[in-house]
Design a protein around this ligand. Structure first.
Ligand code: HH2
Length: 393
């Protein structure tokens, strides 16, 4: 028998009667890593491989790196997490062409065992404990699915109350559609839409509210009116004042991968290496935030499903979501009723519920901590069952 699921390992360790103080060691040994290292010299690739082999690990390099016919090579290191520290110790004693990799590998090791708690409204919320749900509330006339439905404050507040009753962990309010081809909505217009709803919600809904905006002015006013988080689809690149606002207020923020403004993002979609580019851009957003004084622990990352991506990119991102773990932050994903589901099923947004739920369950299995959805009740039910199976929770 081979134990596959992480959550079953502890039970099997207990069954064996293994000492509990050793369980973290066995958990690390259970998880093997395949770490990609870019652009080594041929000598570096060979030293890396030899060091890996000496540590009981392995390393794939270009077939001609050994002979030196290939001057540079990428590499993939195969080792279990337990061995990472030992391997770094060995690598540190090697020439700079490979010892320079140690800080990055050590950071990776730290990020793979992150604290996934954020502080919302003074309360610590462990996003790693189960899969969380963020309900979408668009106070817009033109959002691709719910545009016009909650444009007036009355229906918007009623929908927020309904989503809270359905089990939403967060409610995300946006006043600017970011669908492909959409135009910007000026801050004063966003605020005219948002503020009456936020004031109405404040009195009735206990669930933390996030504001979906790239404008620091809108975010500041929304926070003053009761919002507790910011959801910035530009990954803090849209408004230079946003990072400073986050540093000053200390509120959590979702930073999303957005390769181009919504107006033009679907025009020329091309990636040389999708996962690397998304990870690098999100790492850049985290670095930008930290440079402005934002606590890393208050950031949530999002690969931006449907934002400057084609069908194959969206499917790859959902399949390889676990790779975002290298950033060491909780992951939010927003697949709800989006075009990629329509492309798979040949259905319009009103008929994409089942596709959305499938995407949510796969995303949760692959490491998503928060799912941003229109259909809170259905998603909560689906994810509760998925968590019960997957995490025995
Ligand atoms: N998707 C949309 C809007 N905001 N924020 C995050 N963090 N992640 C997402 O995937 C995301 C987002 C687009 O969906 P929706 O709000 O339903 O549509 P519209 O932009 O047309 O209002």
């Amino acid at each position: 028998m081979s134990v596959d699921n992480d959550s079953d390992l502890d039970r099997e360790l207990a069954r064996v009667g293994a000492d509990e103080c050793c369980w973290p060691i066995f958990r690390d040994k259970h998880r093997s890593l395949a770490i990609r290292v870019a652009d080594l010299s041929a000598a570096g690739a060979n030293i890396l491989k030899q060091t890996a082999l000496a540590c009981g690990a392995d390393c794939a390099v270009h077939r001609d790196a050994v002979s030196g016919r290939k001057k540079r090579s990428d590499a993939i290191l195969f080792l279990d997490r337990r061995r990472l520290g030992f391997f770094c110790g060995r690598l540190r004693t090697q020439p700079p062409c490979v010892s320079r990799l140690v800080p990055g590998l050590e950071e990776l090791g730290r990020n793979l065992a992150p604290d996934l708690a954020i502080t919302v409204g003074g309360r610590r919320l462990d996003l790693g404990s189960r899969t969380h749900v963020m309900g979408i509330l668009n106070v817009t006339p033109d959002s691709f699915y719910d545009g016009g439905r909650h444009f007036d404050p009355g229906p918007a507040v009623a929908r927020a109350e309904e989503m809270a009753g359905e089990g939403a962990d967060f409610i995300d309010i946006g006043a600017e559609s970011t669908r492909p081809g959409s135009d910007r909505v000026p801050p004063n217009k966003q605020l005219a839409r948002l503020l009456p709803v936020l004031r109405g919600i404040g009195r009735r809904v206990k669930v933390p509210v996030s504001v979906d905006t790239t404008s620091a002015r809108v975010a500041r006013a929304a926070l003053d009116a009761g919002a507790a988080l910011v959801n910035d689809v530009s990954g803090l690149a849209g408004d230079p004042k946003m990072a400073r606002l986050l540093a000053k207020t200390g509120v959590p923020c979702v930073v999303m991968h957005l390769p181009a403004p919504p107006k033009t993002m679907q025009r020329r979609v091309r990636y040389r290496d999708l996962m690397q580019e998304v990870v690098d851009r999100l790492a850049g957003a985290i670095a930008r935030a930290e440079a402005a004084g934002v606590e890393r622990g208050q950031l949530v990352v999002d690969p931006g499903i449907g934002f400057g991506k084609r069908l194959e990119h969206n499917l790859e991102l959902l399949r390889r979501l676990g790779e975002l773990r290298t950033l060491g932050r909780p992951v939010l994903v927003g697949p709800s009723r989006k075009a990629f589901i329509g492309q798979v099923l040949g259905l319009e947004p009103p008929d994409r519920l089942e596709g959305t739920l499938a995407a949510c369950v796969v995303a949760a299995r692959n490491g998503a901590n928060i799912l941003r959805v229109h259909d809170v009740e259905a998603a909560v039910r689906a994810l509760r069952v998925a968590d019960a199976i997957e995490r025995r929770a």
